[in-house]
Design a protein around this ligand. Structure first.
Ligand SMILES: [Zn+2]
Length: 389
């Protein structure tokens, strides 16, 4: 009897230590079917070779469909503008995505969106802050040279300068003026509407550095959903790396700004060696947690100096084939549709208590240590029960 009391106390201590994770994991809805979304970033302004790459990606996606006839979706985090080749040293003079020079890229984006294999998300007016980049260019001739290339790739900028919502012209970065953030966040939504004829439902902060002011301005301009990595960075540290802010996000969470959060929770970057087996493993893991799999994947797999276009297309195709074979009831959705399912709370959402409890365990017992402690306590509980009766 005393053994059972001691084990009960040990369980209580273990659960007490996990209380925050448990509360957050319990609050996140559970899915009724596995969901796979490719989250493609950085498309739009940049090399004209994107036009063919996007056409090829759309071709692969069109070959597949889920049980309800929906094609797999690659969301495109769209960058609307970049340095104007005729006025490269004027920071605010941007070449727009509907300029004749980028027309083939825009056509490929629109073709894929029309066939619902692409879903367009706002990534930013630029993949940097023009005034911040300008300050950095004055101090660094190599950066000034980058800006003078025709249609340069923003992937080639130093990582801190790819953050749009902090001043990383010096490190550690400094906060931007609130009015500047409001004006730019509003203007980029307006530009998205001008180019695509509708507001972006979803926004993806470049390099996941953003703050409340960005969220509020986007929400006021009509954005409904924000893609997060599960946490928020607000600055770059003296080493240039993103700095934790302590803000955490979960799928379906309603933020104080009014935006709904979704969590991008794994990578699929074929240039870094990711292939179908890793993608399928991630799908198994997320499905056990009753979460969607949102796979981050960048344009740099398909276009640019390090791209491996044919291998990346093959990796996409292989993963889609494996996913359909391993999970016949898989759903291919856009982030917007996924967020709508979370908001509605029915259809795709599973409320059965035993499913939620299983998902809770899978969500919380993520580290080997936690699993070992839970297994040890379960074993001790069984032994004690066997001895008591
Ligand atoms: Zn990006």
């Amino acid at each position: 009897m005393y053994g059972l009391i001691v084990i009960g106390l040990l369980w209580a201590a273990f659960l007490f230590l996990l209380r925050r994770d448990l509360a957050s994991a319990w609050a996140e809805p559970c899915l009724r079917a596995p969901v796979l979304v490719f989250e493609g970033d950085d498309w739009g302004f940049g090399p004209p070779a994107q036009a063919d790459a996007l056409r090829d990606i759309a071709g692969v996606l069109r070959r597949h469909a889920d049980a309800e006839g929906r094609h797999p979706v690659m969301t495109l985090g769209v960058v609307l503008s970049g340095p104007d080749p005729e006025r490269p040293d004027e920071p605010e003079a941007g070449l727009r995505l509907d300029d004749a020079l980028l027309r083939p890229v825009l056509d490929s984006i629109n073709d894929g969106a029309r066939d619902r294999v692409f879903a367009l998300q706002l990534h930013g007016m630029q993949h940097y802050h023009p005034a911040v980049l300008d300050r950095a260019c004055r101090a660094d001739p190599a950066l000034a040279a980058w800006r003078r290339q025709p249609l340069p790739a923003t992937e080639d900028l130093p990582s801190p300068l790819q953050s749009r919502w902090t001043d990383a012209s010096v490190l550690p970065s400094r906060p931007l003026d609130a009015a500047d953030i409001r004006q730019r966040a509003t203007a980029e939504v307006t530009e998205f509407v001008r180019v695509f004829g509708q507001p972006p439902a979803v926004a993806v902060p470049p390099t996941f550095v953003w703050n409340d002011q960005v969220e509020s301005a986007w929400a006021a301009a009509g954005v409904q959903v924000i893609v997060t990595p599960g946490e928020r960075y607000e600055a770059r540290g003296s080493d240039g790396l993103p700095v934790d802010s302590g803000h955490l996000y979960r799928n379906g969470q309603r933020c104080p700004s009014g935006l709904m959060a979704v969590v991008r929770n794994d990578y699929y970057e074929p240039v870094r060696g990711h292939r179908a087996p890793q993608g399928l493993e991630a799908l198994v893991r997320k499905w056990r947690q009753r979460r969607p799999l949102l796979l981050e994947t960048h344009r740099s797999n398909f276009v640019g100096r390090h791209a491996r276009h044919p291998e990346s297309l093959q990796a996409l195709d292989d993963l889609l084939l494996g996913a359909q074979q391993g999970f016949p009831d898989i759903r291919f959705l856009s982030v917007e549709a996924l967020a709508a399912a979370y908001a509605a709370g029915n259809g795709l959402i599973d409320r059965r208590p035993w499913v939620r409890l299983q998902a809770l365990a899978a969500r919380v017992l993520v580290s080997g240590r936690r699993r070992k402690i839970a297994a040890l306590l379960s074993g001790l509980t069984l032994l004690a029960l066997a001895g008591a009766f």
